[in-house]
Design a protein around this ligand. Structure first.
Ligand code: SF4
Length: 193
């Protein structure tokens, strides 16, 4: 099993399927192992992460790690703690309107679905509406954020996107910062103990 997982990750790190679609060399960003305690899946790496090749080294990452989780980089980037992946393992570039492209569906079908079969995590953290739609296609995003959900019979917490551009959502949902993120942080800290 372990060997198969390693082979899968080696192949994934070499994946260039979307090169033509993106118009540049894709850089698959993945961190973690088959025993990571928490599987975290977001939408896609940002342009900054495309350069640094380390997930969440941008403004969204600062908010997620230091404000929301309140953990340091040593904890966040420990592969035994977090398996960090996204619907698009690579930064997908921008469309003609300058907006980040939607994650290519093939990435989930070809890679993520298989990766998840090997990981014996205790918790899922799903970040952003696009990722939540894949795992909970028939549920309301705002309701998902404020309740406990389950994937493969394991607890799954849903977070809004921590992007600095996501201002309106936080204005409309002050209870997220006042209450829900504290519950989520405590759950994560318990699992990382
Ligand atoms: S986004 Fe996924 S499918 Fe596309 S090149 Fe990157 S790893 Fe491959």
């Amino acid at each position: 099993m372990e060997k198969e997982f390693e082979t899968l990750i080696t192949q994934l790190k070499r994946c260039k399927i979307c090169k033509e679609k993106f118009g540049f060399e894709p850089h698959p960003i993945i961190l973690g192992n088959a025993h990571s305690k928490i599987v975290q899946i977001s939408q896609a790496p940002s342009a900054t992460v495309h350069k640094t090749l380390t997930p969440f080294t941008d403004q969204s990452g600062k908010k997620l790690k230091y404000e929301w989780y309140q953990i340091g980089d040593d904890t966040f980037y420990d592969p035994n703690n977090f398996y960090i992946a996204a619907l698009s393992h690579c930064y997908p570039g921008k469309d003609k309107n300058g907006i980040d492209r939607t994650p290519p569906k093939i990435c989930y079908n070809k890679w993520i679905k298989k990766e998840l079969e090997y990981i014996d995590n205790k918790l899922y953290v799903i970040i952003g509406a696009k990722a939540a739609k894949v795992f909970f296609p028939n549920e309301n995003f705002n309701e998902l954020v404020f309740k406990n959900n389950y994937i493969n019979n394991k607890l799954a917490l849903v977070l809004p996107h921590p992007s600095p551009l996501n201002i309106k959502w936080f204005k409309d949902h002050p209870e997220f910062m006042n209450k829900r993120i504290i519950e989520i942080r405590n759950t994560i800290k318990d699992i990382l103990k």
